[in-house]
Ligand binder design. Structure first.
Ligand code: NAP
Length: 458
């Protein structure tokens, strides 16, 4: 099997790589395991110096890295630069805060457990396998690797098969930053080779960001091996708009939320649930803005929406939209696959969604928005929660009671009130229900791949 970089704006194959042989995988797993034995004894200060240097290298190479991401998965060059900058900030965040997040936590009254001293000591678990998606090819990896390496773990990256060049760049960045050999390695392997790595006794744990199917498979194998996992899976998040909302801000954020990363973001708002009193005004302004977006070459600074990353990804979007239209949905804009090279799909708004349509329950990974009209906050919550996913919901209202209601009742790993759902290193990130489990980022994220060792001393 080969791992290939293909330009989604043209369909042209840029580079192919043979996947690693079992001997090559064995070499890398052994190296990661040996590196962990040294790494766990290094100080936070040493690791922070390497992490900060890696951030510096990334900043100095931002343009190259951004161009590789744009070329191999089609994100706009402007968003690719922003992604690289955010990764460098996150590296610095963990360089600065890891030691505090993992400091010993002494029990205030050890005599209550019959000890002279008792505490939690956070220690790294070992080699962590990261199975990652292509949509934010740098960010998804860094949000795992920055905390994991700062904790003293070592990482093996199985990146998505369509972003091998970004995977190899990550490898280079950590090495150029000074991390010793074996601390972070990209494995160019297909998904069929993941099981062998995951079952290897030298691999302690795994994290996967991707589809529900991939998550289920990795979690099943890890469960069989009794290994810790974190899963960050899909989402079909709600964006609720109530009559008191600042409509202009809500519309602008709704557009950004839906089309960011060409519509391929797990936490993108996908279902827009709007109160009857403002529905028509919202639908009109939202559709006008979606229609006005500039679709085209992602390397062009003026482009708002580039192509979808893969041909099969576009086919999935087309199928979901066609299914909805056949079942009676109204297309307010978009909905037609353009001719010509590349896997472009226009910003699309659908109204009249019913529960018979696949799009009602399945995640649509492209710039397609669904509108729902509701009469009450409770009705909005009912529709928002009528999904197997639960990642990051948004509610727009200036009413204090409604804010509390949405914060308490929306079933999601995060609720943002009057803002764009986004990840940041300071805040935990993750889902509930079939969006996965575990948390990345913040203090919670760095502790996922640590042993919370109970220490009792008499
Ligand atoms: P995907 O097919 O699940 O791929 C993700 C990664 O898993 C790739 O490295 C892929 O390798 C690997 N993989 C696929 N099947 C596997 C299996 N059976 N065993 C082991 N590894 C396997 O996901 P995608 O379609 O590329 O990405 C989109 C999905 O990711 C969406 O559902 C999106 O919502 C979700 N996502 C979630 C988050 C989050 O934070 N919650 C963030 C981003 C994306 P190959 O490329 O070699 O197949």
């Amino acid at each position: 099997m080969t791992v290939a970089s293909v330009n989604p704006a043209t369909g042209e194959t840029l580079k192919t790589f043979p996947s690693l042989t079992s001997d090559e995988i064995e070499e890398r797993v052994a190296l990661a395991h040996r590196a962990f034995r040294d790494q766990r004894r290094t100080t936070f200060a040493t690791r922070a110096a390497w992490m900060t240097a890696t951030a510096d290298v990334l900043d100095s190479r931002r343009e190259d890295v951004a161009r590789v991401m744009t070329a191999e998965m089609g994100k706009t060059i402007v968003s690719a630069r922003a992604e690289a900058a955010k990764c460098a900030r996150t590296m610095r965040f963990y360089a600065e805060h890891a030691e505090g997040f993992l400091a010993d936590e002494p029990l205030a009254d050890p005599s209550a457990v019959g000890a002279k001293a008792a505490m939690i000591r956070w220690q790294p678990l070992g080699v962590v396998l990261a199975v990652m998606p292509w949509n934010f090819p740098l960010w998804q990896v860094v949000r795992f690797a920055a905390p994991a390496l700062m904790a003293g773990n070592t990482g093996l990256l199985k990146h998505a098969s369509n972003v091998p060049q970004t995977a190899l760049l990550l490898d280079e960045l950590f090495r150029e930053g000074g991390f010793p050999e074996g601390c972070f390695q990209a494995l160019l392997i297909g998904s069929g080779q993941v099981e062998g790595v995951l079952r290897d006794p030298r691999v302690a744990a795994a994290t996967l960001t991707g589809s529900e199917a991939a998550g289920r498979s990795v979690a099943a194998i890890a469960g069989d091996e009794v290994k810790k996992t974190v899963l960050e899976l899909g989402g079909s998040d709600a964006f609720v708009v109530m009559p008191s909302a600042d409509l202009e801000a809500a519309v602008a954020t709704a557009v950004t939320g839906r089309v960011q990363n060409n519509g391929q973001s797990c936490i993108a708002a996908k279902r827009f649930i709007v109160h009857d009193a403002v529905f028509d005004a919202f639908a009109e302004a939202f559709t006008a803005r979606m229609r006005g977006l500039r679709v085209g070459d992602p390397a062009d600074e003026a482009t708002d929406v580039g192509p979808l990353a893969t041909e099969s990804g576009r086919e999935d979007v087309v199928e979901l939209v066609d299914d909805a239209v056949r079942a009676g949905a109204t297309v307010l804009c978009g909905g037609e696959t353009p001719d010509g090279p590349g896997w472009f799909y226009p910003p699309t708004v659908l109204d009249g969604i019913t529960s018979e349509m696949r799009i009602h329950t399945e995640e649509v990974f492209g710039p397609v928005a669904q509108l729902y009209r509701v009469s009450t906050a409770d009705e909005a919550i009912g529709i928002a929660n009528a999904t197997s996913f639960g990642l990051g919901a948004a509610a727009w209202t200036t009413d204090a009671d409604e804010k509390e209601l949405f914060v308490n009742e929306l079933e999601a790993g995060a609720v943002f009130v009057n803002g764009l759902v986004a990840s940041s290193p300071q805040l935990p990130f993750g889902g509930i229900k079939r969006s996965g489990y575990g948390r990345e980022l913040s203090a919670l994220g760095i502790r996922e791949f640590c042993n919370a060792k109970t220490v009792w001393v008499s």
